[in-house]
Design a protein around this ligand. Structure first.
Ligand SMILES: *[C@@H]1O[C@H](CO)[C@@H](O)[C@H](O)[C@H]1NC(C)=O
Length: 293
């Protein structure tokens, strides 16, 4: 009897239409990996990759991504994001302000210091990580998306984290730099939205193959000595974002994600049990600083 029931459930799941899930930052690094991981599971997902502009779309299509699965919308454009999310039941947020070398009239060298300087030439964290994510969360709610997954970053409990200093002296001090603080503000906005959420705080992102390492979870930037590195392959973060849609254990959770080195421990495959070591603990948003708008 039970076996029959199971068999019919499996059959029903197989027959269900693939889930239409949107992913932003689909032309970028982690977002694109999550997009490709869904494209590789077409029986389960019919993903929509959202990219910033037509050039990004053309790059993906040239690489073989079906044009029907790509939509163009800048996350800072609320109306465009709303239209791009039409018909989607879940959203993976892979957009992020991107650190790059600033260009000066004289070249890439800062005349003041004689060295290249890092900043956010394509959009400040305030615009991309706060307003851009708020637009996405608002649009997800309006479109009837039921689950939003954010790829954020570790370090959010420390207002003086090095990453917060990037771009801080580059314009209006009220809104410049502070990338981890603006990301944290968006996370709290999602938690308060009433939508089902999953917030992932990866450690330092590295370009190594996914699926080869044992993943390590935590909360509040606490790292136990000897339990993994402070880094994680981008592709493992991408896979965890997709798995968050598949397992109930990820619903309404916020956690840190790192990895052991390849060869140390067993590569993670049972995502339903990934968060079990946390015993129900989640990141505490009374820690760190969330700026006023
Ligand atoms: C997650 O929490 C929100 C309220 O913050 C609630 O509306 C939603 O139903 C919860 N989702 C699940 C799966 O428990």
């Amino acid at each position: 009897m039970q076996r029959l029931l199971l068999a019919s459930l499996v059959a029903a799941a197989a027959a269900a239409a693939p889930r239409r899930v949107a992913v932003t930052g689909a032309g970028g690094q982690t977002g694109q990996l999550a997009f490709r991981r869904m494209l590789a599971r077409r029986d389960e997902f019919d993903p929509i990759g959202i990219v910033r502009n037509a050039q990004r779309r053309d790059e993906l299509v040239e690489k073989g991504v079906p044009a029907d699965n790509v939509r163009v919308a800048d996350v800072t454009d609320a109306q465009a994001i709303l239209e791009a999310l039409e018909g989607c039941e879940a959203l993976l947020i892979g957009s992020s302000a991107k650190v790059a070398t600033l260009e000066f009239d004289t070249g890439v060298i800062d005349p003041a210091t004689g060295r290249p300087k890092l900043g956010f030439p394509k959009g400040q964290p305030y615009e991309v990580d706060w307003l851009g994510q708020r637009n996405q969360i608002d649009a997800a709610k309006k479109c009837g998306c039921t689950h939003v997954v954010i790829c954020s970053s570790m370090g959010g409990t420390n207002p003086d984290h090095m990453l917060n200093g990037l771009g801080r002296d580059d314009g209006d001090p009220a809104t410049k730099g502070n990338i981890l603080q603006w990301k944290r503000k968006a996370e709290q906005y999602l938690i308060e939205s009433g939508l089902t959420y999953t917030i992932i705080h990866p450690g330092g992102l590295v370009d190594k193959p996914g699926g080869c390492r044992e993943l390590v979870v935590g909360v509040d930037d606490v790292m136990v000595d000897g339990e993994g590195t402070n880094t994680i392959p981008r592709d493992d973060v991408a896979e965890t974002m997709v798995q968050a849609l598949r397992h109930e254990a990820f619903r309404n959770r916020s956690f840190d994600l790192r990895s052991k080195l390849e060869g140390d421990g067993d590569p993670t495959s049972d995502f339903a049990r990934l968060l079990a070591p946390l015993g129900g603990r989640d990141c505490d948003y009374s820690l760190g600083k969330i700026p006023d708008d």
